[in-house]
Design a protein around this ligand. Structure first.
Ligand code: AMP
Ligand code: MG
Length: 337
């Protein structure tokens, strides 16, 4: 989604022109998980071993879907919301980690990143199906349910308590990046660090392909999918893209994105695209969504709070794309060209 990937994919050739005996080859696998195509690219010498590792990585994503899914009433998150425990309740380590990062982003973004917009997101999903705007009273009721601070998280004990029963949480802005990180960790643990996981546009990148300095990632321009707005060469880093290009609804000539401004309760109306490079996929994913809401002016200070993060925030001004590139990159954290 929004990415053109050009990782070098030739079979390595030895000095005498014959394929090297134990040369690593490029393998690619794809499976639809978390509602998007999850893709794995990995280099290895033994096809069967790489395939086994890829199966294990996909299994990990499937497991995480059972934690985070907003669609599956049996997911850990949905069951937790149905119960809305008043007293601290033990949760999985995965949910605790993602909630902790979400809370940080909520605080750092001044509430622009807010998983408790879940009821508003549900209204905008319906609007996409029906083609009609949510009724004002529906919007008001959903807005009144915001407030991520009402989820009391103890990250050390891995417990949560709900301060009110109608609190709903949607981790769609961050879970795919986390899942891509975890899938990459499985590939590494199986001995395949030269790997990439693409969770529907959220990329977690391991060591570079053999003989390369990094994975080549091209960022699509907002006005023209054929044109690259930036070309990156990355290893041991993550890239996420967020924007209105893929999911939006047009009602009475106004375009509303699937990302909601918690303040207004409305889907974002400007054309925008945000690309974030960060040390982890979860952070890149969460920040990309947060920056969509904040926009270039307010987004800059959020990026500045994250050493090692680089972001491109593109908006359309009078039909012409304008990109703000912000970075507080620690030299040597990863390479970007
Ligand atoms: P992404 O594609 O990563 O930008 O995530 C978009 C998804 O995040 C939406 O489909 C919603 O599920 C959720 N979402 C929408 N608005 C917000 C927001 N302001 N803060 C956190 N999550 C949001
Ligand atoms: Mg996101």
């Amino acid at each position: 989604m929004g990415w053109v990937l050009g990782a070098c994919g030739q079979t390595p050739i030895s000095a005498d022109g014959e394929p090297a005996a134990h040369a690593e080859r490029r393998f690619e696998f794809e499976r639809v998980l978390m509602g998007v195509p999850f893709r794995i690219v990995a280099y290895g010498a033994d096809e069967e071993a790489v395939a086994r590792a890829a199966r294990a990585a996909f299994a990990r994503v499937k497991e995480l879907n059972l934690v985070f899914s907003d669609y599956d009433p049996d997911s850990e998150l949905r069951r937790l919301q149905a119960e809305a425990p008043r007293q601290p309740k033990k949760i999985s380590a995965d949910l605790a980690r993602v909630l902790l990062l979400s809370r940080r982003l909520w605080e750092q973004s001044g509430g622009a990143f807010d998983p408790s917009v879940a009821p508003l997101v549900a209204l905008w999903r319906n609007a996409r199906r029906s083609g009609a705007l949510p009724a004002p009273e529906q919007l008001a009721a959903a807005r009144a349910r915001r407030g991520f601070g009402d989820l009391l998280l103890d990250a050390e004990q891995e417990t949560v308590a709900f301060r009110r029963a109608d609190l709903a949480i949607d981790l769609g802005a961050i879970a795919k990046g986390y899942a891509a990180d975890e899938a990459l960790a499985v590939l590494r643990a199986h001995g395949f660090p030269r790997a990439l996981v693409d969770g529907g546009g959220d990329l977690s990148l391991g060591d570079p392909p053999p003989g390369e300095q990094g994975w080549r990632v091209a960022v699509e321009a907002l006005d023209d999918p054929e044109r690259a707005a930036a070309e990156l060469l990355l290893a041991n880093a993550a890239v996420a893209t967020s924007g209105d290009a893929w999911q939006h609804v047009e009602i009475d000539g106004v375009r509303y994105a699937h990302i909601v401004d918690p303040e207004t309760g409305l889907g974002l109306r400007e054309r925008f695209s945000v690309t974030v490079v960060a040390p982890t996929g979860a952070l890149a994913d969460g920040l990309a969504t947060a920056l969509c809401v904040l926009g270039p002016a307010r987004g800059r200070s959020l990026v500045a709070q994250h050493p090692g993060v680089e972001a491109w925030i593109t908006t359309l001004e009078n039909g012409a794309p304008r990109t703000l590139h912000c970075t507080d990159k620690v030299p040597g954290t990863f390479s970007v060209q």
